[in-house]
Design a protein around this ligand. Structure first.
Ligand code: PPE
Length: 304
């Protein structure tokens, strides 16, 4: 773990090693919490947080869905993230992890009345699926674990509890010798990765499923915007597992995963088994945006 100097906890900057909770922390037992994952990149004008407002809004929306009353405003949470990055004096790519959780003081499932806490940690975090993965692509397994169905879970929330499913899918994929899992929805259509949305390319058309069975991904939305800007046609529709097998290109998107090409799925080589052309174009475009090299997208950056 890349430790940093401070973690923000309920309005205070606490030394990294003192950011602790009680073992009877409600969220630890019953899994009701909401989190975010946001990245900041070094630019010519210093460190810049990518789409801070959208990520912070999604955190508050997640909390609303989960009936967690956050005792901070959006502005306060944005300022806390900016200040945290300043205080930690980061030099490299940074991952920011805000968490809304229920603390100590009340046990039992009825969570109303349990104290709501917010913590924000940040640390330097490189390529999520490896530097080599970013360049050469990764090997993926369709998971035996179904993505949390909308009938019984809250897919619009980045809820702590949603990630048990993702964890098991990821574990299974790695145990089977792959690098990442691709989960299907409860009807058998392609949903998302354990922590990423998925795209395929067929005959020059970029295709990604609607967010009925995937997180409303900020990276996915950015990639769609970048593609449209470049005149690449985009379709949002359901994808079947076998359609991924015969795609010309495929890739994952996520804050942590950025744009990671997929070179193989269930033993089927995707396209020519390397990072595809459109994937490369969008990956380059994405990195230009987050590293502050594309003037047209500077409005997505918050310089700290
Ligand atoms: N689907 C899931 C299930 C998901 O967890 C993420 C982000 C996405 C899609 C992409 O969303 P966005 O980051 O807004 O483009 N996953 C986060 C957690 C990764 C982790 O291991 O922790 C992330 O990328 O930050």
């Amino acid at each position: 773990m890349n430790e940093a100097k401070y973690i923000w906890m309920d309005g205070e900057f606490v030394p990294w090693n003192d950011a602790k909770v009680h073992v009877l922390t409600h969220t630890l037992h019953y899994g009701n919490g909401a989190f975010e994952g946001t990245r900041a990149y070094p630019t010519k004008k210093g460190l810049a947080i990518f789409r801070l407002q959208e990520h912070t809004k999604r955190l508050l929306n997640s909390a609303k869905i989960l009936k967690l009353d956050v005792p901070f405003t959006q502005k306060e949470l944005e300022d806390a993230q900016i200040e945290l990055l300043r205080k930690n004096e980061f030099k490299d790519n940074v991952y920011i992890r805000p968490l809304v959780f229920l603390g100590y003081g009340k046990m039992g499932l009825y969570h109303i009345g349990a104290p709501v806490h917010v913590s924000i940690a940040a640390w330097e975090w490189g390529a999520y699926l490896g530097e080599e993965g970013l360049e050469k692509g990764i090997r993926v397994k369709v998971s035996s674990i179904v993505r949390n169905p909308v009938k019984s879970t809250f897919g619009k929330a980045k809820a702590v509890a949603n990630y048990l499913n993702s964890q098991m899918a990821k574990y299974e994929a790695i145990e089977c010798g792959y690098e990442e899992a691709l989960m299907l929805d409860d009807e058998g259509f392609v949903a998302e990765g354990s922590g990423e949305c998925v795209f395929i390319v067929r005959d020059g058309v970029l295709i990604t499923p609607p967010n009925d069975n995937s997180l409303e991904s900020i990276t996915q939305a950015t990639v769609i915007e970048l593609a449209k800007d470049r005149g690449i046609p985009v379709e949002r529709r359901r994808i079947t597992r076998d359609e991924v097998y015969i795609a010309d290109e495929a890739f994952f998107t996520g804050t942590a995963a950025e744009i990671t090409p997929i070179r193989e799925v269930d033993g089927r080589v995707i396209g020519n088994g390397a990072r595809g052309e459109i994937t490369k174009e969008l990956q380059d475009a994405y990195f230009d945006v987050v590293y502050g090299r594309d003037k047209n997208y500077e409005h997505y950056l918050t310089y700290i």
